[in-house]
Design a protein around this ligand. Structure first.
Ligand code: NDP
Ligand code: PYC
Length: 342
């Protein structure tokens, strides 16, 4: 019997992928709780078809850890600063364990006061943002989060990059169905998707970015090689990106996207910035009907012809993966297994 070609697809369960990724992180110097948080996050993205922030990110995590730029052993310090305000110093570690450490306190405050803010600083976020907000909507809360990244986006009207790709994610409970969730970079394209386009050798849409001379380009490699991304929607995306910088960095005590210098850490890929979450208990608003009102809006949207809501693609991928597993190229799984073994 002939061997399978190395890149024939292989299927793993979600639990198997989490376990594999966790072992990789552990082997590369990451503390147990941090490894668990990152592995779950990364496997969730892969399962949901968010390929720019799934296993694609593993080499970047590992080169960053090897460079000493991020502290995989950091223990987040949670500070209860006010009735509706929690701060976390992530200690130069990842944002996900910082959020996990503050989560119960944050939820308690949101239920008590109606709204609570979590300001994470001194943190690295290298992941999709929706896994940070969706779990709040799953317990009946509304959540909004922003995180800034690294300088690679030219503000509207400027001639040089300054902003990060700066995503905004929102999640709200919706009666009788999955939470309504959106998660979008404020750049025309996420940096990870530009990297994937370059790897796969296809053009990006017009308006995505400029080359090193500031000229519009469809070539993703030209964007990566000294070029830059543009905000989505011109001045509107640019204003939202500015807001993300202010909320994620100025408000939290983290770095702006342009403020950190990783040049002495070859291989560093994770932005050292900050993250803000706002969690609202909708029961304190118009009563207990928020999730029903959300459903009404969704139904009305469908009634006027919307066939694809934000989140639909992810939920569809997730449902499929839960039935038939997560499909990865065989060569990629082999590489991941090697990384888990050292
Ligand atoms: P997309 O443009 O792919 O999607 C943005 C949102 O729009 C999603 O909620 C998506 O839902 C929805 N959507 C996409 N297409 C449609 C459509 N045709 N109709 C209706 N809704 C649609 O995401 P981005 O490229 O902007 O971002 C990709 C990821 O990169 C995000 O997870 C983001 O958090 C991450 N990122 C992380 C950064 C960091 O610093 N950590 C920086 C920048 C980006 P669905 O999910 O169902 O496709
Ligand atoms: O895809 O733009 C991006 C990104 C930046 C940091 C993590 N992801």
């Amino acid at each position: 019997m002939s061997a399978l070609p190395l890149d024939s697809p292989e299927t793993v369960t979600f639990a198997e992928l989490v376990d594999l990724l966790q072992r990789i992180f552990l082997r590369h110097g990451v503390a147990e709780e941090v490894a668990a948080a990152l592995a779950h996050n990364c496997a969730t993205a892969e399962q949901d078809g968010a390929h720019s922030h799934g296993v694609f990110r593993i080499p970047g995590y590992l080169s960053t850890l090897a460079s000493g730029w991020v502290n995989g052993q950091a223990v987040p310090q949670v500070e209860d600063v006010a009735a509706g305000f929690v701060r976390v110093d992530a200690g130069g570690g990842f944002a996900q364990p910082a959020l996990a450490a503050a989560r119960e306190l944050l939820i308690g405050k949101a239920r008590e006061t109606g709204i609570a803010i979590l300001a994470i600083r001194n943190s690295h976020h290298f992941a999709a943002l929706w896994p940070d907000v969706e779990p709040f909507a799953s317990v009946g809360l509304v959540a909004l989060s922003v995180v800034n990244s690294m300088t690679c986006v030219v503000p509207q009207g400027a001639s040089k990059p300054l902003f990060g790709t700066n995503p905004i994610a929102f999640a709200a409970p919706c009666a009788g169905t999955d939470p309504v969730v959106f998660d979008m970079a404020t750049s025309a394209m996420a940096h990870g998707d530009v990297q994937i386009a370059a790897r796969e050798g296809h053009n990006v849409p017009a308006g995505t970015g400029v080359d090193r001379d500031g000229q519009p380009t469809l070539d993703p490699q030209a964007i990566l090689d000294g070029g830059a991304l543009l905000p989505f929607g011109g001045h509107k995306g640019s204003a939202l990106s500015m807001m993300v910088e202010l909320l994620s960095a100025a408000l939290t005590g983290g770095h702006f996207s342009f403020e950190f210098d990783w040049s002495q850490h070859p291989g560093a890929r994770t932005p050292w910035t900050g993250q803000l979450l706002i969690v609202i208990d909708p029961d304190k608003g118009a009563g207990h009907s928020f999730a029903e009102r959300c459903r009404e809006l969704v139904d009305e949207m469908k009634g006027v012809g919307v066939t694809r809501l934000s989140g639909d693609r992810r939920y569809r991928n997730r449902a499929q993966a839960q039935v038939s597993g997560i499909v990865l190229p065989g060569a990629e799984l082999t590489r991941l297994r090697e990384l888990a073994q050292g």
